[in-house]
Design a protein around this ligand. Structure first.
Ligand code: DAH
Length: 363
C-alpha cells in the first residue's frame, strides 16, 4: 500500500515531468504515464480495492486528490503550451505592414498612345451618334480597290504601295488593306441606310521613314442617307477636331483633291501654329493637312447595290498615328512600334483613366 511519502514522491516526479514537457505531445506522454490505464496514479487507485475500509478512508482521498491535482496541472500546462504554439505561429506569420507595397501590374502598365487616341476618337464619334464598324486586315483586291471605283490599271492603285499576297488557286491576289475604305463597302453591303459609322483599323503600305511605317492606323468615317451634304461633313469634322485637340475653336480649309471613291474630293487643312517646337492647333497662321474626305462617288453607291439617285453621303479618312503625334508631341512614328518600355513609360497612359467626353479625354 502506498504511504504518504510514496505519493509525495510520485507527485514530485510527475510534476517535474509536466514542468519539463516542451510540447503537447510530450505532455500527453506524461499524462498517459500517470493517468492512463497503466499509469502510475491509476496503479495507485487500483490498490484501493484491496484496502480495509479504514485504510481506504485516508488513502482514497489522498490518491484521488493527487489524481485531480495532476490532471489540473496537465490541463494548465496544456493551455500554456497551446498559447506558446500560437504565439510562435503568429510570430512566424507576422507581416510587416510598414513595408512598401510592390506596385500592382495595373499601376505599372501603360496604355499605348495609339490605343489611347483610338479610345478618345471613338468616344467623340460615339457621342455624335456614330457606330463602330470593322473589317479584316487581309482584304480582297475587289473591296480594297475595284468596288471603291479604282479602275483596273489606274495609277492610283500604284500610289498605294500595296503589299500583295500570293495568288490563290483561283488566281486571286488578296492584299493587306491599304486603307480602311473597303469597310465602307462592307458596311453598305450589310446595313440599311441611314448609315453613320466610324471605322478604326490597321492599314499597310510599303513605306518607312520618320512619318511613315509599313503598318499604320486609320479612322474612316461614313455617312449615307437621303439628304446628307457637305455642310454636315464640315460640321462633323470641325466638332471632332475641337473635341480631340481640346480647344475652343478650329478653322479648317477644304482644298480640292482627288480620290477615286469620292466626288468632289477634298483635303482638309487645319489652322495651326508651327513656330514653336510643337504644333499648336486652334491658333497661329499656318496650315496643316489632316485628312481626306468627299461626297461618296455614285459608282461606289451603285457598287453597294444602292441607288445613287436616292442615297448620297460623305466619307473621310485620317491617320490615327499622325493625330496622336500631333496631340502628344511625339516626333518619330517609328518609335510607336519599337516596343521600347522606356518610350511607353514616357508617352503611355494610365490604364484606368478611360477617355470620356464628360470625364475629360485626357486627365
Ligand atoms: N482612303 C484614303 C487614303 O487612305 C483616305 C480617304 C480619303 C478616305 C477620302 C475617305 C475619303 O473616306 O473620302 O488615302
Amino acid at each position: 500500500m502506498a504511504n504518504t511519502a510514496d505519493l509525495d514522491a510520485l507527485r514530485a516526479q510527475i510534476s517535474a515531468d509536466i514542468a519539463s514537457a516542451e510540447t503537447l505531445e510530450s505532455l500527453d506522454a506524461v499524462r498517459v504515464g500517470a493517468l492512463g490505464k497503466k499509469g502510475s496514479i491509476s496503479a495507485q487507485l487500483a490498490t484501493l480495492g484491496k484496502m480495509t475500509p479504514e485504510e481506504r478512508k485516508t488513502a482514497g482521498p489522498a490518491i484521488n486528490g493527487l489524481k485531480n491535482e495532476i490532471a489540473g496541472l496537465i490541463e494548465e500546462k496544456a493551455a500554456e503550451l497551446r498559447d506558446k504554439a500560437l504565439e510562435e505561429k503568429l510570430a512566424r506569420e507576422k507581416v510587416d505592414v510598414t513595408l512598401p507595397l510592390s506596385p500592382a501590374p495595373s499601376a505599372a502598365g501603360r496604355v499605348h498612345p495609339i490605343s489611347q487616341v483610338l479610345d478618345e476618337i471613338t468616344a467623340i464619334f460615339s457621342d455624335m451618334g456614330f457606330a463602330i464598324a470593322e473589317g479584316p486586315d487581309i482584304e480582297t483586291d475587289y473591296l480594297n480597290f475595284t468596288a471603291l471605283n479604282f479602275p483596273e490599271g489606274h495609277p492610283a492603285r500604284e500610289m498605294h504601295d500595296t503589299f500583295f499576297m500570293k495568288e490563290d488557286e483561283n488566281g486571286e491576289r488578296k492584299v493587306l488593306r491599304t486603307h480602311t475604305s473597303p469597310v465602307q463597302i462592307r458596311t453598305m453591303l450589310s446595313e440599311e441606310p441611314p448609315i453613320r459609322v466610324v471605322i478604326p483599323g490597321r492599314t499597310y503600305r510599303h513605306d518607312s521613314d520618320q512619318t511613315h511605317t509599313p503598318m499604320f492606323h486609320q479612322l474612316e468615317g461614313l455617312v449615307i442617307d437621303k439628304s446628307s451634304h457637305i455642310g454636315q461633313l464640315r460640321w462633323v469634322l470641325e466638332e471632332f477636331l475641337k473635341a480631340f485637340f481640346e480647344v475652343e475653336n478650329v478653322t479648317t480649309r477644304f482644298r480640292p483633291s482627288f480620290f477615286p471613291f469620292t466626288e468632289p474630293s477634298m483635303e482638309v487643312d487645319v489652322q495651326c501654329d508651327r513656330s514653336g517646337k510643337d504644333v499648336k492647333i486652334g491658333e497661329g497662321e499656318d496650315w496643316m493637312e489632316i485628312l481626306g474626305c468627299g461626297m461618296v462617288h455614285p459608282n461606289v453607291i451603285r457598287n453597294c447595290k444602292l441607288d445613287p439617285d436616292v442615297y448620297q453621303g460623305f466619307a473621310w479618312g485620317m491617320g490615327i498615328d499622325r493625330l496622336a503625334m500631333l496631340k502628344y508631341g511625339m516626333p518619330d512614328l517609328r518609335a510607336f512600334f519599337d516596343g521600347d518600355k522606356r518610350w511607353l513609360d514616357h508617352y503611355g497612359f494610365k490604364p484606368f483613366e478611360m477617355p470620356t467626353l464628360f470625364g475629360g479625354l485626357t486627365s
